[in-house]
Write a protein that binds this ligand. Sequence first.
Ligand SMILES: Cc1cc2nc3c(=O)[nH]c(=O)nc-3n(C[C@H](O)[C@H](O)[C@H](O)COP(=O)(O)OP(=O)(O)OC[C@H]3O[C@@H](n4cnc5c(N)ncnc54)[C@H](O)[C@@H]3O)c2cc1C
Ligand code: FES
Length: 256
Amino acid sequence: MKQEMMTIVRQQELAPKIYELVLSGELVKEIQMPGQFLHIRVPRSDLLLRRPISINQYDQDTGTCTIIYRVEGAGTKCFSELSPGNQLDVMGPLGHGFEIDKLNAGDTAFIVGGGIGVPPLYQLSKDLKAKGVEVVHFLGFGTQEAVYYANEFQALGETHFSTDDGTFGVQGNVGNLLMAKTSQPDAVFACGNNGLLKTVEQLYSKVENVQLSIESRMACGMGACYACVCHVPGDETKSVKVCEDGPVFQAGEVIF
Ligand SMILES: Cc1cc2nc3c(=O)[nH]c(=O)nc-3n(C[C@H](O)[C@H](O)[C@H](O)COP(=O)(O)OP(=O)(O)OC[C@H]3O[C@@H](n4cnc5c(N)ncnc54)[C@H](O)[C@@H]3O)c2cc1C
Ligand code: FES
């Protein structure tokens, strides 16, 4: 893990309030697995806590990585106003991401994401595809305008979309998409809100390898403050830290 001033190479608005930001720096060399995140200081002295944002994709040859974020409050609004050449104080890579070692060429993986849970699944899907795994994506958004990376995911494999209002893909949520697909995969990877993760956990209770990226409020981002603790089923005395032990856990490993 490093802390460094990374340089903004490019920033563009992909959809209303959704930005793609490319950063360059040494810490890219330390990224080990998809699903890890960066902890970014907001360049405003009154906002003390860093903001955790997932790594969307990275390229160790060029030393660049990309994040995709939605403007929620003051911190992400401040990020959206930055331009190429500006610098950001970044800590990372942090956390334990998606494990793909157990999958082999010819296996099938379902990749499930909702809204702002979609970004880290892109590097994951690229890495699985490079191993010869067949990837099937199930992605949910609010409305057609909010959809991003449709072509990018489609280029990697079969991709199903849902929108809450039915303006793009099937009307409803990702659960509706999953229920329409009857086959069982070798592994499932999901990132999104707790409702989506619970649906995935229930629908694929018979699949051995189900990995969920859990969102939690964070402060330090590196295991020191206990702001992000989750309990472990069956043992009230045991807990895990989402920032350090996660954000990706096997289904059933933590209560969320
Ligand atoms: C591991 C992880 C990965 C994430 N990846 C992404 C991503 O790829 N793209 C993206 O758009 N968002 C992502 N988020 C959510 C993102 O961190 C929040 O939307 C962001 O911190 C909001 O900051 P703000 O100042 O704009 O909003 P405010 O609401 O003003 O934030 C106030 C405080 O709450 C915290 N906070 C607010 N919402 C969240 C949240 N949902 N999760 C955790 N902390 C929150 C902020 O860090 C800040 O300390 C991720 C969160 C986690 C934990
Ligand atoms: S955010 Fe401090 S321990 Fe996880």
